[in-house]
Design a protein around this ligand. Structure first.
Ligand code: AP5
Ligand code: MG
Length: 216
């Protein structure tokens, strides 16, 4: 299956992708995760993307498309994928459509997880991540087993630089301005499934699996 996960920053795309990945047996590809991995290297691209990530701004389209094309050179995505965080504006969506056409691939569904800005702000302000393995937690809704240590490797959890209040506001504004119009873009292709993302993580997972089952 080829799925695009869409929705505001912090709605739970990455959280849902973890369980969807094993359910659908296709890889989860998050452009945000790829960029954060680049930040941890001495790579010049990492230095370039930090300017955008830390301030909640979109990385320029050309660089983003380049990163996606590189990821597509790996064989695992050829059997299907769950894309999370890409495309993020109409230009990226048009480039992606062109890329898919060249490869004779089609998207099965665009899963749009929806929740109001008040929920998003709570989710992003309480999010903590493991700097070692990238696992995501929440101080109230998705707590680690011990204090603020990662369940997997016991590393102390940290707050993402772009989860500071001012940056959250900026990311939400960019979402409404540039990414939300993609719902209409993909609706015209008959691909959008909107999932109520206001419930628990488990509830959202169940709704997503049910909706995807109906299109199979
Ligand atoms: P990216 O990493 O994609 O950030 P985002 O879209 O802002 O989304 P998040 O990862 O912050 O949230 P999420 O929806 O995955 O939520 P999560 O599951 O963590 O991108 C980061 C940056 O990279 C961008 O700002 C940009 O600079 C750059 N970038 C990436 N892609 C790009 C592109 N295509 N073009 C240009 N630039 C790009 O959950 C959030 C919190 O809520 C967690 O604490 C979780 O535990 C909790 N939670 C999850 N579900 C629930 C629930 N149902 N109930 C209660 N709590 C929940
Ligand atoms: Mg994410």
């Amino acid at each position: 299956m080829r799925i695009i996960l869409m929705g505001p920053p912090g709605v739970g795309k990455g959280t849902q992708a973890v369980t969807l990945e094993s359910h659908l047996n296709v890889p989860h590809v998050s452009t945000g995760d790829i960029f954060r991995a680049l930040l941890r290297t001495e790579d010049p691209i990492g230095i370039e993307v930090r300017k955008y990530l830390d301030h909640g701004l979109l990385v320029p389209d050309e660089l983003t498309n380049q990163v996606v094309t590189t990821r597509f050179r790996e064989q695992d995505v050829h059997k299907g994928f769950i894309f999370d965080g890409y495309p993020r504006n109409v230009f990226q969506a048009e480039s992606f459509d062109k890329f898919l056409k060249e490869h004779n691939w089609t998207i099965d569904a665009v899963v749009n997880i929806a929740a109001p800005d008040e929920d998003i702000i709570k989710r992003l302000s309480g999010r903590r991540v493991c700097p070692t393995c990238g696992k995501t937690y929440h101080l109230e809704s998705n707590k680690p087993k011990v204090d603020t240590l990662c369940d997997v490797d016991q590393t102390p959890l940290i707050q993402r630089e772009d989860d500071k209040p001012e940056t959250i506001k900026k990311r939400l504004a960019i979402y409404h301005d540039q990414t939300k119009p993609l719902i209409e873009y993909y609706s015209k292709q008959g691909l959008v499934i909107t999932i109520d993302g206001t419930g628990t993580i488990e509830k959202t997972h169940d709704l997503t699996i049910k909706a995807l089952g109906e299109i199979k």
